[in-house]
Design a protein around this ligand. Structure first.
Ligand code: SAH
Length: 363
């Protein structure tokens, strides 16, 4: 990847991160027809161009003007770690020196890219290391999209990123504007052209933004980090539940426009003796009754700073059986990339001072 030249940033206009409409406006302001904006959009996102010289179907004079006036920034590729199970974790540097992690997870025939949305996170879930890092800043749309473009540069011949999950660092719906803007670029046929069914946004459950996302028409899959089926327990594990309790969350989810063949995914991290008892499973089945959904059970990824333990395999399987016998579809998700700290809740790039508390950040 080209690293954005810092001396350029004050004098040139950054194109990566612009929507199609913004690029069309950008060229129109320079007296060019709007289809030139479409060409720029396609070159930058669809074909991953990093210089204007590559854009061979633009007139030479326009290319020269663009080189003077605009830039195509990019994340700096700082490091790569490879897990025994094939999972790869990338460390990327932003133009301001902040760092983020992005994970590539191989499945049978395609790769899933797990994208970060913020540096750190404000939500402070009790068992998540990213949450313990605190909130540093939102990523811009260009920084979200560029994770996919940067990863594409890393692929071996024949490899393809088939699925995108917004499940890396941060809370997508806390960074709503940039997330939705990035999604529009990732889905656009002239952009990265991902079908909506191959894109999943995971949220801790910010109710107003779930409703906004539903109305956006983007049609991406929704995953909800639930982890508890009663307010009493969820208040402790996922503090934002105190603001948006389960009845409000479930009402918003019941109204989410689901494609007839799709389901809402609930992530449920199992913690020994905390939320993994048979009555917890029965409570969960009751809460989800009548909703087209599936539950992804994730045995806790342990770390010294996390004050909970992973349940035994027996308890995990018993929890799954209880859900199944109550008619709830439930799978046990095997943790990936644990040995390189690429697993769920393990992404940390710097020690943010937890200066901003959840309420202040979300206000
Ligand atoms: N903020 C969004 C996106 C992050 S997704 C969300 O919460 O959905 C990351 C997933 O990993 C979430 O479901 C999170 O609850 C889960 N997770 C966090 N810490 C974990 C841990 N230590 N072990 C297992 N899962 C964890």
């Amino acid at each position: 990847m080209t690293e954005m030249a810092t001396e350029d940033t004050n004098t040139t206009i950054e194109l990566k991160g612009m929507s199609l409409e913004e690029m069309e406006r950008f060229v129109a302001e320079r007296g060019e027809p709007s289809y030139r904006g479409r060409q720029l959009f396609q070159w930058i996102y669809g074909r991953g161009a990093t210089t204007f010289e590559q854009m061979t179907d633009l007139p030479a004079a326009l290319r020269a003007a663009l080189t003077e006036q605009a830039s195509i920034g990019g994340l700096a590729h700082l490091d790569r770690q490879m897990s025994r199970d094939g999972t790869r974790k990338y460390l990327f540097g932003c133009a301001d020196g902040r760092q983020i992690e992005t994970v590539l997870i191989p499945d049978e025939e395609r790769l899933t890219a797990c994208l970060s949305i913020q540096v750190g996170c404000a939500l402070a879930c009790a068992f998540c290391l990213t949450g313990m890092m605190g909130f540093v800043r939102h990523l811009q749309a260009g920084e979200i999209v560029d994770q996919v473009l940067a990863l594409r540069e890393e692929l071996a011949p024949g490899e393809r990123i088939g699925n995108l999950v917004l499940m890396g660092m941060g809370e997508p719906l806390h960074n709503y504007e940039a997330t939705v803007k990035a999604l529009a670029i990732l889905l656009h046929p002239l952009g990265l052209a991902y079908p909506a069914r191959r894109v999943t946004l995971s949220t801790v459950g910010l109710v107003p933004e779930i409703t906004r996302l539903a109305a956006s028409g983007l049609g991406v899959n929704l995953a909800v980090s639930l982890h508890a089926a009663t307010d009493e327990l969820r208040d402790r594990l996922v503090p934002i539940n105190r603001r948006y309790p389960l009845n409000e969350l479930m009402a918003a989810l019941r109204a989410y426009p689901l494609h007839p063949r799709r389901r809402i995914t609930f992530e449920y991290t199992l913690m020994d003796g905390v939320n993994d008892r048979p009555e917890d499973a029965r409570e969960l089945a009751r809460l989800l009754r009548g909703l087209r959904c599936k539950v992804n059970l994730l045995p806790l990824n342990e770390a010294p700073a996390i004050p909970f333990r992973q349940p035994s395999r027996n308890r995990v399987e018993a929890f799954q059986r209880t859900l199944k016998s109550a008619g709830v579809l439930a799978t046990i998700r095997e943790s990936r990339g644990w040995d390189i700290s690429a697993a769920c809740g393990m992404l940390v790039t710097e020690t943010g001072q937890k200066s901003l508390d959840t309420a202040a950040c979300l206000a």
